[in-house]
Design a protein around this ligand. Structure first.
Ligand code: 13P
Length: 342
């Protein structure tokens, strides 16, 4: 695979004002979300839920790529059509989460390290053969008293960079996802300082590991006040702080930045992305896109509840959120869109 092909795939992932849909929840995470809304936690329920999502008519109008989980990439529609074929037939690019999850980091109380580098080269080759064209690895950074530590930031950044280099060797575009969590009482200013430090460290490691920046996508958090912080800034203030931070830390060679939603409500995540594009789009070196899981899926999950009769209305809810997010990429989203669902 030439770097030209990697660059073309990365470009296609953020082209035409579309974005990414993450349905790569691990089995334990997916089960937890099912439990909350009373859906049985079985392999068949997870397959059936993903079939509902992937067979949403017209999803490809707004979604350029879909991130799958190991169990899901091996599954099929009830009629036997493999999910990867369902996705590519819809004009969407299939991708795969390849980290194996976050673990407590030794010697670093309250901090996490992401695992999955062992055997990664072989797993990437298999996923590529199955049709995946990009991959995802998520690192988690927690803000609290005295953390994050340099040790945690550096170890996670190095793992992200080693993963990204292996992906590019295998011809897969790496989505590099360092997530600074929203949980906590910290201020927006503190989130901005931590996010900037994390991103600067990640890009230093990507350079050291010889990753081609033009052939990757960055998936960061937005710069937000902690969920328990008494001061909650406005949508425009969040947009300004996020773009200011990214401009300081993300090289212009990166083609696209696709935000995670991180537990924000769907409407707020869309409104914040919209504000960034309204205020800055024409002046930015990279596309500002989305790679949401909860902020696109949640209403559909709550409607679906595991029942055949709800499939169409769940799909309409999913389609609606995807449509709103493409509008946000264009800076054309407004609250009225939430009232006139089509
Ligand atoms: P959320 O949008 O729900 O944060 O998920 C994005 C993701 O892929 C997390 O790794």
């Amino acid at each position: 695979m030439s770097s030209q092909e990697l660059i073309a795939t990365a470009g296609a992932m953020v082209a035409e004002d579309k974005g990414l849909l993450a349905i790569d929840e691990s089995t334990p995470t997916c089960n937890k979300r099912f439990e909350k809304v009373g859906i049985p936690q079985t392999e068949e329920a997870r397959r059936s839920y993903r079939e509902m999502i992937l067979t949403t008519l017209g999803l490809g109008e707004f979604i350029s790529g879909i991130i799958l989980y190991d169990e899901t990439i091996r599954q099929s529609r009830k009629d036997g059509t493999p999910f990867v074929k369902v996705i590519t037939d819809a004009g969407i690019i299939p991708g795969i989460k390849v980290d194996t999850g976050v673990k407590d980091m030794a010697g670093h109380l309250g901090e996490k390290i992401t695992e999955g580098l062992d055997g990664l080269r072989d797993r990437l080759a298999e996923y590529s053969q199955m049709g995946a064209r990009f991959a995802k690895w998520r690192a988690v950074i927690t803000i609290a008293d005295g953390i994050p530590s340099r040790g945690c930031i550096e170890a996670n950044a190095q793992a992200l960079a080693r993963y990204a280099a292996l992906c590019q060797e295998a011809g897969l575009v790496p989505i590099v996802e360092p997530e600074v969590l929203m949980d906590g009482e910290h201020t927006l200013k503190r989130c901005s300082e931590v996010t900037e430090e994390v991103l600067r460290t990640v890009f230093k490691e990507l350079y050291t590991q010889k990753v081609t920046l033009e052939g990757m996508i960055l998936k960061p958090n937005m710069v937000l006040p902690g969920l328990a912080c008494p001061t909650q800034e406005t949508v425009d203030e969040v947009a300004d702080a996020t773009v200011r931070c990214l401009l300081r830390a993300v090289p212009a060679a990166v083609p696209g930045i696709a935000f995670l939603s991180g537990g924000q409500s769907g409407e707020l995540a869309t409104a914040r992305l919209n504000a960034m594009n309204v205020r800055f789009k024409s002046r930015l070196p990279w596309a500002l896109a989305f790679s949401f899981a909860r902020a696109i899926q949640q209403p559909a999950l709550e409607i679906w509840k595991g029942e055949e009769a709800t499939v169409l209305s769940a799909q309409q809810a999913l389609y609606h959120r995807a449509k709103c997010n493409r509008a946000a990429r264009r800076g054309e989203y407004n609250a009225a869109m939430e009232r006139t669902r089509t």
